[in-house]
Ligand binder design. Structure first.
Ligand code: ASP
Length: 429
């Protein structure tokens, strides 16, 4: 059943910043524009509409990127009495039909699956592009006794040393390698260690002099290196290493022309962590959103090791872009209460923000789950566009303004007066 949900709603930030709309009738109070219809579709499940979909306009006040606009459209859905498998099955059929009818492309079912852990270990990314290999290898064990301080230091601090093999790129000129090092620094690397294997089996390397012949040999072997290959290594905290190598892998593939736009490689990424730790806020935040169900076998870890709990959450990924994502929802009051507690909500704060959902749950909640696609992203990939702006009429530019209409813009003093809003002038202050 297609059901429209409101777009003037209560601010219940789900991750991104809300866009706010002032109320004239209730001065000093604000509506928020929805980041997604999440809470409404869950309420619909509680009220017995057990299959819902909507083409929903959503708003997120985030920094823009090539695949992100402040307003965008979701294909949103929610289903009752289902678990992960049911949602994936429905969506595989939907994708197969869409790509057949629109792009005349046959998706082979079932779509490949990978856990989040495996995706990070092999590709350094939770949305791996499977159109090419160049997988990450963890060589921490191989280099753990070497004297190279960069490797040693990272391992001593609990990090890892990982590498990728850019096959056949051993003759890459120094200038181009230097550019890759700079690229890596943009993702937080302090540097990038490289080792080119010359055709005669000798090495050209930034760190070979700090290692013994045997150590080098073991390292090359672990990386599957052959004469003519270029090995690139990052050594740091896991998070940095993944970010650096995951992006480097993509950059090299782009330079080598390995990213074919008419090749569609779909992937389900499953078993996302339930939480991620926010250094900035000094606490756990929900990786998907606060209504996501932990995996049954990890429920016992909620009290002892929340960071290790995996969620019944899944993303559909196409060619390195997240097309959509969703999860099975929590439908048990005690698990939801625990979740809010771990996220740092007091009972009052949880009631204040989500009281109307929790109240609905008291009348009985069916087990339910859902998913939402970024429609514009789907179209972007279908037509081979480089930016989401190319498939949206009247898109915003990077600073979220509309060049044509010049929105956002100041408004009349009278309009502000009606809303009882005063704009403070930062400079004067
Ligand atoms: N509401 C979620 C989102 O917009 C998707 C979902 O869980 O269905 O990311």
């Amino acid at each position: 059943m297609e059901i429209e949900t409101p777009t003037l709603i209560k601010s219940t930030p789900e991750g991104a910043r809300d866009y706010l709309v002032p109320s004239r009738v209730h001065p000093g109070s604000f509506y928020a524009l929805p980041q997604s219809p999440q809470i409404f579709k869950q309420l619909l499940m509680c009220s017995g509409y057990d299959r819902y979909f909507q083409l929903a306009r959503c708003y997120r006040d985030e920094d823009l990127r090539a695949d992100r606009q402040p307003e965008f459209t979701q294909i949103d859905m929610e289903l009752s009495f289902v678990d992960v498998e049911d949602v994936l099955a429905v969506n595989e059929k939907l994708l197969k039909r869409l790509f057949k009818e629109i792009c005349n492309f046959d998706i082979e079912l079932p779509i490949q699956r990978m856990t989040w852990r495996e995706a990070m270990d092999r590709f350094g990314s939770d949305k791996p592009d499977l159109r090419f290999g160049m997988e990450l290898k963890n060589v921490s064990d191989v280099v753990k006794n070497c004297e190279f301080v960069v490797f040693k230091g990272a391992l001593e601090q609990g990090g890892s040393v990982r590498g990728i093999n850019a096959e056949g790129q051993g003759a890459m000129p120094r200038k181009k390698i230097d550019a890759l090092v700079e690229f890596a620094k943009g993702f937080g690397a302090k540097g990038l260690a490289y080792l080119a294997i010359n055709e005669d089996g000798t090495y050209k390397s930034s760190f070979a002099k700090f290692m013994t012949e045997d150590e080098l040999k073991a390292l090359v072997e672990a990386m599957g290196g052959k004469p003519g290959d270029l090995l690139l290594f990052a050594a740091d905290k896991d998070k940095v290493v993944f970010d650096v190598l995951g992006n480097l892998r993509l950059e090299i593939a782009k330079q080598l022309g390995l990213l074919k736009k008419d090749d569609f490689k779909f992937l389900w990424v499953t078993e996302f962590p339930l939480f991620e730790y926010s250094e900035e806020q000094g606490r756990y935040v929900a990786m998907h959103h606060p209504f996501t169900m932990p995996m049954d076998e990890d429920l016992h870890l909620l009290d002892t090791d929340p960071g290790a709990v995996r969620a019944k959450a899944y993303d559909i990924v196409l060619n390195g872009t997240e097309l959509g994502g969703g999860s099975v929802r929590i439908h048990q009051a005690d698990i939801q209460a625990k979740m809010f507690e771990l996220l740092g909500f007091t009972e009052e704060a949880a009631r204040e923000q989500f009281g109307f959902l929790l109240d609905a749950f008291k009348y009985g909640v069916p087990p339910h789950a859902g998913l939402a696609y970024g429609l514009d992203r789907v179209i972007m990939l279908m037509v081979g566009a480089d930016s989401i702006r190319d498939v949206i009429a009247f898109p915003k530019v990077k600073d979220a303004s509309c060049l044509m209409s010049e929105a956002p813009a100041p408004v009349d003093a009278k309009q502000l007066e009606e809303l009882q809003i005063a704009v403070t002038d930062e400079e004067k202050e």
